[in-house]
Design a protein around this ligand. Structure first.
Ligand SMILES: Cc1ncc(COP(=O)(O)O)c(C=O)c1O
Length: 378
């Protein structure tokens, strides 16, 4: 009997990935219902989800709106960038990983003017440099940064950058895809105008839609700028406000699953409770991996509890594909690396996984190393 069967019984493979991730049985069961998109129960579910999202961001009564957008997280980012940028707008993207680069790519395809402050993937942005860039370039109207850069797991200083953005009167956008719901953040206090996340990350729903928390005044100010029909954030909001409905076919089952996921988040003690579990998963993981001789890519003080990048072990027998497949055969799914300048793989702590699951993964990794004839630290 392997560890997975002992602990959970019902689970398929355990996903140590940054989403899609392991969800609870009740979240999956919530999808066993067909609801029409005009059904009153469905419309009420959507209303409640939007209210809950505002509360999670600490902005229930702070002049913010929650907008749901079909598609994955990237669709939410593209909807926001393409909706809120005026014709003469200019973005400053603060980049230390693949998702920062993706924002810049989206803006480029949209034909938006951009500037970039790029940092190594294992470094946090330099706040002084951001301040200086804004002071020197009055053409910059919008700033974008990623909260948890899932490329490595680094946590960027979104509150401090928000303070700078507000002082300089710029619109502030945060990609909080892999952090929202698990890393405490008050959206208003962080001076965030637009924040994007998605259903299948720390709230532990299934894929199908992204969501945007938008400061109402900043959202309404974007009237007339949209460059897309389906990805028009303002029109989506107006549609939801008018009759509670999506403009186009909603991901009904994913929304029902999400409502259940939000209820489970509340039961866990909200963002703080979830942060505690992920932090514990992370600490268990890192302690076990270090004991086996693995080393992390990031300095511990920069590392968040969401996902950890580990260096490939320096051993002639190590082959990531074999390692991955051997773990997969034992029902543990880890994640390839995304770092550009080092050979790494990643292990996520998010999703319906607990200390016992992490310990089972560690035991499986030890077993696989043994099978591959790898003894680390020799
Ligand atoms: C920080 C961040 N931004 C954007 C994305 C893209 O999200 P999606 O793959 O759902 O489009 C991800 C996905 O992992 C992410 O972690």
């Amino acid at each position: 009997m392997n560890g997975k069967q002992k602990i959970t019984g019902w689970k398929d493979k355990i996903l140590f990935t940054p989403g899609p991730l392991t969800t609870s049985r009740a979240v999956k069961q919530a999808m066993l219902q067909d609801l029409g998109s005009r059904d009153f129960k469905f419309i009420e579910t959507v209303r409640q989800i939007r209210r809950d999202l505002l509360a999670l961001g600490g902005v229930a009564d702070a002049g913010y709106e929650a907008i749901l957008m079909q598609g994955s997280g990237t669709f939410g980012i593209e909807a926001t960038l393409s909706t809120i940028t005026p014709p003469d707008g200019k973005w400053l993207f603060i980049i230390n990983g693949a998702y920062g680069r993706r924002m810049n790519l989206i803006a480029g395809v949209l034909g938006l003017e951009t500037a970039v402050l790029a940092y190594p993937e294992n470094r946090k942005p330099n706040l002084l440099e951001i301040e200086e860039t804004l002071a020197q370039d009055p053409a910059i109207t919008h700033i974008g940064v990623v909260h948890c850069e899932t490329t490595t797991g680094i946590i960027n200083q979104v509150e401090a950058i928000g303070g700078i953005a507000r002082r300089h009167g710029r619109v502030y956008f945060v990609d909080a895809m892999s952090s929202f719901g698990a890393i405490p953040l008050n959206v208003a206090e962080a001076k965030i105008d637009f924040l994007v996340s998605s259903a299948n990350k720390c709230i532990e729903g299934v894929p199908g839609f992204s969501f945007v928390l938008a400061r109402r005044e900043a959202l309404v100010a974007a009237d007339g700028y949209a460059r897309s029909v389906s990805l028009n954030l303002l029109a989506q909001w107006r549609g939801l406000e008018a009759n509670g409905q999506f403009r186009f076919t909603p991901p009904t089952h994913a929304l029902l699953a999400f409502a259940q996921a939000l209820a489970e988040l509340k039961m866990e003690g909200g963002v703080r409770g979830r942060y505690g579990r992920y932090q514990h998963n992370y600490q268990t993981l890192v302690a076990g991996m270090r004991k086996m001789g693995f080393t992390e890519y990031l300095k511990p003080e920069d590392q968040g509890p969401i996902i950890t990048s580990f260096h490939y072990p320096d051993h002639p027998n190590f082959d990531f594909k074999r390692f991955y497949e051997a773990l997969n055969a034992r029902d543990f799914v880890i994640y390839p690396g995304k770092v550009s300048d080092a050979d790494c793989f990643r292990i996520g702590n998010i999703g319906r996984i607990f200390e016992a699951d992490v310990r089972s993964l560690l035991a499986a990794i030890a077993d696989v190393l043994d099978e591959m004839g790898i003894v680390l630290g020799e």
